[in-house]
Design a protein around this ligand. Structure first.
Ligand code: GDP
Ligand code: K
Ligand code: MG
Length: 300
């Protein structure tokens, strides 16, 4: 008997830093969503595609973490996450490996109660546990608070149980068509991924506070004729003059470090040499300006 082709949309939800973007990158086998140990790293809804020509096609939606909004950018991010729940075929809810169910988790449980979409709970960061028994306790705790379709311990970072997650997802997807051609990996324009990779390197290099106020704008991205080189001019936007100084660093050292790290990853993404030039500009309170938020690629 022939297996029917399945397809559908799967959203990843969970509090900031739980590993949503890391898991999605691992599942599709390519780095599309940027990750960092800073909350609110992911700002947009990012769509990626996993295609198995035999079994089907999974479209993942990586959303910003669900958190309390402090400004217009924050409100936008929370709305994106919440509205997605009812539109999808399956929800992957990632949690930290602990049996403490905090206010953030309670908030998510309340939201889930308003949706009929099946939910797979992924207890992530399995690699950080020293005792396997601890996981059994956490599974038990979560089993009591919601009627999950499945509960899976996993490590997004190490790839533990990630194949199992793919298998489980296919169990819950309906029969459906191939939505995207086999080669499609994401809906993100190349320019946007490039901007995000630069922002990621800035997040990694800078301390607290400043990263939240950063955006990256690509001014120019052009192939050099007849050569395997792309020239990219980009601007890092920040909110204060003092931040600008920190991003540039002593003798330009910080900006150089961000640029070198970003160039390395952009070259991997594009598969060619990259000549990257970075500038830094101040735009006060851009996170409260609808026009600027949109301008930096954060509105649909
Ligand atoms: P998001 O905010 O939920 O998208 O989280 P990210 O994917 O950006 O990851 C946040 C941080 O957790 C990063 O530093 C990741 O490297 C780390 N992380 C993600 N998954 C795991 C995991 O399975 N184990 C460990 N030890 N760290 C992880
Ligand atoms: K993060
Ligand atoms: Mg993320």
């Amino acid at each position: 008997m022939e297996n029917k082709f399945k397809s559908g949309f799967v959203t990843l939800i969970g509090r900031p830093n739980v590993g949503k973007s890391t898991l999605m990158n691992h599942l599709i086998g390519q780095k599309i969503a940027i990750t960092s140990n800073k909350p609110q790293t992911t700002r947009n809804r990012i769509q990626t595609v996993y295609t198995d020509e035999e079994r089907g096609q999974i479209i993942f939606l990586d959303t910003p973490g669900i958190h309390k909004a402090k400004n217009k950018l924050g409100e936008y991010m929370v709305n994106v996450a919440e509205h997605t729940l009812n539109e999808v075929d399956l929800i992957l809810w990632l949690v930290e490996p602990t049996d403490y169910i905090g206010a953030g988790e309670q908030h998510i449980i309340e939201m889930l109660k308003n949706t009929k979409t099946p939910v797979i709970l992924v207890i992530n960061k399995l690699d950080t546990l020293s005792e396997r028994d601890q996981m059994l306790t956490y599974i038990d705790t979560y089993r009591k608070v919601y009627d999950f379709a499945e509960i899976v311990p996993a490590s997004a970072l190490r790839g533990q149980n990630t194949d199992l997650i793919i298998d489980l997802i296919f169990q819950y997807l309906p029969e459906g068509p191939m939505f995207y051609d086999v080669d499609t990996i994401t809906d993100q324009p190349e320019r946007q991924i490039v901007a995000e990779l630069i922002r990621e390197k800035a997040l990694h290099a800078l301390n607290e506070e400043i990263p939240h106020g950063i955006a990256v704008s690509i001014e120019r991205m052009k192939d050099r004729k007849g050569q395997n080189i792309v020239d990219i001019d980009a601007t890092i936007i920040c909110e204060r003059d003092s931040h600008k100084g920190i991003i540039i660093g002593k003798g330009g050292a910080m900006l150089k470090k961000i640029g070198t790290n970003a160039r390395y990853e952009i070259e991997r993404l594009l598969g060619c040499k990259v000549n990257l030039k970075l500038w830094v500009k101040v735009k006060k309170d851009w996170r409260d300006s609808d026009i600027l938020i949109k301008n930096f690629g954060y509105k649909e």
